[in-house]
Design a protein around this ligand. Sequence first.
Ligand code: FNR
Length: 376
Amino acid sequence: NRDILLKNISKETDFPLSFEEWEQKAVENMLPGGYGYASSGAGNEETAKRNVEAFSKWAIVPRMLNDVSSVDMSISIFGRRYRSPFFLAPVGMQGLAHEDGEKATAKAAQSMEVPLIVSTVSTYSLEEIAAAAPGGPKWFQLYFSGCNPALSYSMVERAEKAGYEAIVITVDTVMVGWRETDMRNQFSPLSQGYGTGNYIHDPVFMDSLPNHDQDTIIAGILENVQHPTLTWKEVAEVKKRTRLPVLLKGILHPEDAEMALECGVDGIIVSNHGGRQLDGVIASIDTLPAIAEKVKGNIPILLDSGVRRGIDAVKALGLGATGVLIGRPFLYGLAAAGQPGVEKVIERFIQETEVSLALSGIADLTQMSKLKMVRE
Ligand code: FNR
């Protein structure tokens, strides 16, 4: 651990350290509309702010006198072991941050051995992203199509074929949240073609259109990305049609977590979409303990929304999460410096987590329950 600290002091001052510093680089490199889209939250941005504040309200009561000379922060999920508890959240339209978009992110995820979750509305197609980093672990995030379920099953099949290892159905996005920053900027990344990659490569989607004009394609995507009719029935149907584990992303209520268990889903992601969907909702970290109590270790629980540094991950693990996703932090790394930027962001998270676990008296993640967590 001393080596880590010395390394950072001696030669790594070129890259930012804190989230705020990375964000500043992103502001410099992104177009205002794109940065506004990425950084803002829904409504009055109460939840977006709460996500970060809530982490600082939780405190760790650490343990002493445990040998922490080597910290093992690996986790095991769906039969696979990962070196750290970090995942890259599904973030659509990454072409807004860097021209190589998800391809650069995928390469970074591969080199850092961190699983990548590819969005339905990625700039590049899931096949192109898989080809950019064939050795990296990848999951596919599905925005279920409310008007054309066959399109969703087609995407799941493509993901399976391209080597994706799990399907994440996002359930908090029945329609797009009330986002005033985008309205003010008159900014719609889909209309500008940033999130079209998976759709234009899908035969079911293309066959469903009367013609293939750009306007028709965009209108078709806007219609298919929403899913106000989605219920547990469709989740069960996706489960039936794939051999891959299925996770639900966007669960906040403990009873929904219980229903997810009953439905046979393989994992849940406690998330409020980074405060971008329903403003006024609870911070993910604050609802995690009640969810963990219901899930009782039966399936893995991942968490996102507001994770800004390693210590936040330690708090989530201390409250019952198996792993955490980061969204905006890696996106800003991508905007700041492309693939190396994403790699550096991930490295900072992993290193800070390692130091923080050691100082908490935790040598490996099976020991997390030894910590006491208190909320202010
Ligand atoms: C997202 N998020 C998201 N989620 C999802 O399921 N599918 C998607 O396509 C997107 N797209 C997306 C774009 C942008 C620009 C952002 C910032 C976020 C939500 C994402 O997966 C995650 O839940 C949040 O980003 C986590 O919060 P933090 O880490 O950004 O605070």
